[in-house]
Ligand binder design. Structure first.
Ligand SMILES: [Zn+2]
Length: 430
């Protein structure tokens, strides 16, 4: 029987508080490190999904690359440009009372690290920039598909030939256009000549402090995977100019990017939890009865938030799934369990894995451990040593939309209230 402890007072915090962003370091640290950022505005998925895919889908084989995919995670979660105003206008002066003061200071000190020699900010802009008015979506007031610099050169600074470098990137992008209307342009905002808005931006903060800074904009008119396609072509060109070598784990085509993004979303691993193509609503999930819950996900765009009695799992701008928590103390009694798959000799499987099963599986009894196969049986009894086939489990308890993946949870039998040890997922072949 499933029961909820109703009377515990538990303070839960979203996985991202202010002053938190993920810094992912790739390659081997050196004094020629490129920093790529996304998500300074929460409603620009092309930028933050590109940065995230850069962090997750590339291997740096020579040189040093830092990636921050989620500069403004609270706004990403809310799909808002900025829940406390535009963060990219907070890099000149900022009141101590601003709720984003801490995070802005952290970003500034990251950019000022002596090893950072180039900053690339990724953004999504509206329409397609054209130097002369053509129509509503193509004109000088549009920001889509441009490389942006604040000035032509930054004297005496590595990669300070800003215009020359950005033009190389624009030329490269224009050899890879999916449609001629997507044509890239260079836009020099001449910020120091009095562009009041850009004076407050992160790029100009870098320029003022003697760091080469570039921004790449992809058009909000394009589907996200095409924005990511253009962003990554630009980033790769900047990396080449900075002498950083890489291997990519997917094909840099719109199709290849879409596949890589879909795969990243389909498999979220968060500590003891795994979500494989999860359904929009899952049943009860055992959460730790600690004072503070953090989902330790290996993905910077994934966060957990509380909404009344439910929890939401976010991936960027999207809510991937919702569930009801059931609170347990956690235990680390075992980290693997014996399982016989399709009648074969039992093998030890690490918790936190997914196994593939053709017809049946059987969890081997382990003393002190209670097995709970979610969707099988109704009593709170141990469900090990039972040869389990798919038709014995109620399909509405599946984790995934196609009802092939089921959850097996393990508990430490400890008198009054069991402790949650971990889970494995079982995927039945179609
Ligand atoms: Zn932007």
């Amino acid at each position: 029987m499933r029961k909820i402890i109703a009377f515990l007072t538990i303070f839960i915090f979203a996985s991202y508080a202010y002053g938190e962003f993920s810094l992912i370091k790739l390659g081997i640290d050196n004094n020629n490190t490129v920093l790529v950022t996304g998500g300074i505005q929460g409603d620009e998925p092309g930028g933050f999904m590109s940065a995230n895919l850069l962090a997750r889908g590339y291997e740096i084989t020579s040189g040093s690359l830092y990636v921050v995919p989620n500069l403004n995670m609270p706004s990403i979660i809310k799909k808002s440009r900025g829940i406390n105003g535009d963060m990219n206008r907070k890099f000149d002066t900022l009141s101590d009372k601003d709720p984003e003061k801490d995070i802005v200071e952290q970003i500034k000190s990251l950019v000022l690290q002596p090893n950072i020699t180039m900053l690339i900010n990724l953004h999504d802009g509206s329409g397609f920039y054209r130097p002369k008015y053509i129509n509503k979506t193509m004109n000088p007031n549009r920001w889509g598909n441009i490389a942006i610099i604040d000035q032509a050169t930054l004297e005496g600074v590595l990669y300070g030939n800003l215009e020359e470098i950005a033009n190389k990137v624009v030329d490269k992008l224009n050899t890879k256009l999916l449609n001629t209307t997507h044509k890239y342009h260079l836009r020099n905002t001449h910020t120091s000549d009095g562009d009041k808005e850009m004076l407050k931006s992160l790029s100009y903060f870098a320029i003022k402090n003697g760091k080469a800074a570039y921004a790449n904009e992809a058009s909000k008119t394009l589907p996200v995977h095409e924005r990511v396609y253009y962003h990554l072509i630009a980033v790769e060109e900047y990396l080449k100019i900075a002498g950083i070598e890489f291997k990519r784990k997917f094909e840099l085509t719109p199709k290849g990017v879409k596949k890589a993004l879909d795969e990243d979303l389909s498999m979220l691993v968060c500590g003891k939890f795994m979500f494989y193509s999860p359904k929009s609503r899952l049943g009860y999930i055992p959460l730790p009865s600690d004072a503070q819950i953090k989902l330790d996900c290996d993905n910077a765009l994934v966060a957990l938030t509380k909404n009344k009695n439910e929890y939401n799992i976010h991936y960027g701008n999207r809510i991937v799934t919702r569930f009801t928590p059931e609170f347990f103390e956690y235990s680390n009694l075992i980290d693997e369990i014996g399982i016989s798959i399709d009648g074969n000799e039992p093998e030890f499987i690490k918790l936190g894995q997914k196994i593939m099963v053709k017809n049946s599986f059987k969890i081997i009894k382990k003393d002190g451990v209670r097995t709970n196969i979610i969707g099988y049986g109704t009593t709170r009894e141990d469900e090990s040593d039972i040869k389990m086939s798919k038709n014995m489990i109620k399909s509405r308890f599946s984790m995934d939309k196609s009802e092939q993946i089921y959850r097996v949870e393990f508990y430490e039998d400890s008198g009054l209230k069991d402790k949650f040890i971990g889970m494995i997922l079982v995927e039945f072949a179609k």
